[in-house]
Design a protein around this ligand. Structure first.
Ligand code: AHR
Length: 525
């Protein structure tokens, strides 16, 4: 039986800080690992990303026709290299809020003949030069799996259904012929389709009440599965956590409508540090833990109440709905930023943001049993790990934890037994200084540890309950001179630094430096 990570943390004693002379060092912590205490299989899709027609994410970011840095299709090759090196396995498109006023038919056919349309989500004009074919070409080039979000805002059932038919259809229909005429003979077979974006938000074009959305999305979902029974659908869960918005009620209602058709329900989470309270900000992953666990409970409640339509038997087919954290990130400085009247949302990240991102990734791995997809918002320029200008790019601080997790965290997530010093913040009574996750893949163990302490290192005794360390442990540390350190063009203050330590026997004591994220990769015997 899985033991809740939160209950383990709550059970652990809060050790007082020990001040020492010399380099400051907090009390030591312990991390106990059993290679068979699995939390769940880690789905690679949790390391996904997201591109939206917004600011310089697509146009002027990864797609820059006419740039000497772009290939024949208009894709920036330097950006593509950075995307591949970050190992992005899964990519969501075309929005976001943009999706709710997007007609996919505007984005097909010869580029020069595509219509320019008023884009109301971000207050601009969409030239439609990047559409379905461009997205699918990009997907093939970077080796990711695609996820397309349907327009259930201003769009109709027929538009949604025909988009799926255009992309996946095999029969000789007018829609499939149109795809062939546009140069693509074989269907792309896109499996993941979103049933709208943030439909609970008053800001969303086509925003509806939970029951109006549930009823509308249910019919769209039926049409989707009738068009292609292989598609997997993501229901729009709650994203509006403002006081007064009842996100629990939204999810309950939507799950009731869609429990026979949805395969995932989305959750969005953005956090920020407007109050400049480092200790509280770096504890934000606890909010992600709480939201995931609450939504998982709502899914369990909905599914326990599910009966098969024909037989009336309770959930006999064992259908499951998983959580899709299909937008998450740090986002607060550039909430309203614009350039020449156009919203751009260009956030410049520092080390504390990278620690929050690493903590969020820990949370996703620690909930691998219920979270099966997630997409950092977004990939390029717009609240993004990759930042470009017309001459090149730089990698933001948050790029490095994303890359390390996506490259190395595989297999099964492990339930850790942890103990160690903790602290109290404005939002949380008990925040462990060390936040961790671990994965096991055959004999390869990967441990991810964030030391949230701003100026003290924490020693941790890592003990293996059923295995031994078999020699060299590779160490990758993301850190920088201080918590506000940022990267820029020609300046890299925060990056991954690699080293190694030797370990044998069942335990390893490691000293985690202040304000750091460390990934340890060990071979077990
Ligand atoms: O990622 C930026 C925006 O945040 C998305 O368009 C929207 O879905 C969310 O509110």
């Amino acid at each position: 039986m899985a033991i809740s990570r939160r209950s383990l943390l709550a059970a652990s004693a809060s050790a007082p800080l020990i001040m020492t002379s010399g380099p400051a060092r907090a009390a030591s912590a312990s991390i106990q690992i059993h290679s068979r205490r699995h939390r769940g299989a880690i789905d690679r899709k949790i390391f996904g990303n997201f591109i939206e027609h917004l600011g310089r994410c697509i146009t002027g970011g990864l797609f820059d026709e006419g740039s000497p840095l772009s290939d024949k299709r208009g894709f920036r090759t330097d950006v593509m290299t950075a995307v591949k090196e970050m190992n992005v396995p899964f990519l969501r498109w075309p929005g976001g809020n943009f999706a709710s006023n997007y007609n996919w038919m505007d984005g097909i056919g010869p580029r020069d003949k595509r219509p320019a349309r008023l884009e109301m989500a971000w207050g601009t004009v969409e030239d439609n030069r990047f559409g379905t074919h461009e997205f699918m070409d990009y997907i093939e080039k970077v080796g990711a799996e695609p996820y397309i979000c349907l327009n259930l805002g201003t769009g109709t059932w027929v538009e949604a259904q025909q988009w799926i038919e255009y992309v996946n259809g095999t029969q000789n229909t007018a829609v499939v012929q149109m795809r062939k005429k546009n140069g693509r003979d074989k269907p792309w077979k896109v499996k993941y389709w979103g049933l709208g974006n943030e439909m609970d938000g008053y800001w969303q074009m086509g925003h509806r009440s939970a029951s109006d959305y549930g009823a509308f999305a249910l019919e769209a979902a039926k049409l989707a599965k009738l068009t292609d029974p292989e598609v997997q659908l993501i229901a729009a869960g709650a994203s509006n956590f403002r006081p007064g918005s009842d996100w629990i009620a939204w999810n309950r209602t939507v799950l009731d409508y869609l429990k026979d058709y949805a395969d995932y329900i989305s959750l969005h989470l953005y956090v920020g540090n407007a109050a400049n309270d480092y200790a509280d900000f770096v504890a934000s992953p606890i909010e992600m833990d709480q939201k995931i666990e609450t939504l998982a409970g709502l899914i369990d409640a909905a599914m326990s109440n599910r009966v098969e339509r024909l037989t009336g038997a309770p959930n006999r087919d064992g259908k499951k709905i998983y959580i899709a954290l299909d937008e998450w990130n740090v986002w607060y400085r550039a909430r309203g930023s614009s350039q020449r009247g156009r919203r751009i949302l260009e956030e410049h990240y520092n080390l504390e943001d990278a620690l929050v991102v690493a903590g969020f990734l820990n949370s996703l791995v620690n909930h691998a049993d219920v979270v099966k997809m997630a997409n950092l918002a977004q990939l390029v320029n717009v609240i993004a790990p990759i930042f470009t200008n017309d001459k090149g790019l730089f990698l933001q601080t948050i790029y490095y934890p994303l890359q390390l997790f996506s490259r190395n965290v595989k297999g099964n997530s492990l339930e850790l037994l942890m103990d160690g010093p903790s602290y109290k913040t404005k939002r949380f009574d008990k925040v462990p200084y060390l936040d961790a996750s671990a994965s096991i893949n055959g004999g390869d163990l990967v441990i991810n540890v964030v030391n949230r302490h701003q100026d003290q290192a924490v020693d941790a005794v890592i003990s293996l309950e059923d295995k031994s360390f078999a020699g060299a442990v590779s160490v990758a540390e993301v850190n920088g001179p201080d918590i506000k350190a940022e990267n820029d063009f020609g300046k890299t203050l925060v990056a991954t630094r690699n080293s190694s330590v030797n370990a044998s026997g069942a335990s390893l004591t490691y000293n985690f430096p202040p304000h750091s994220y460390t990934q340890l990769k060990a071979r077990l015997a």
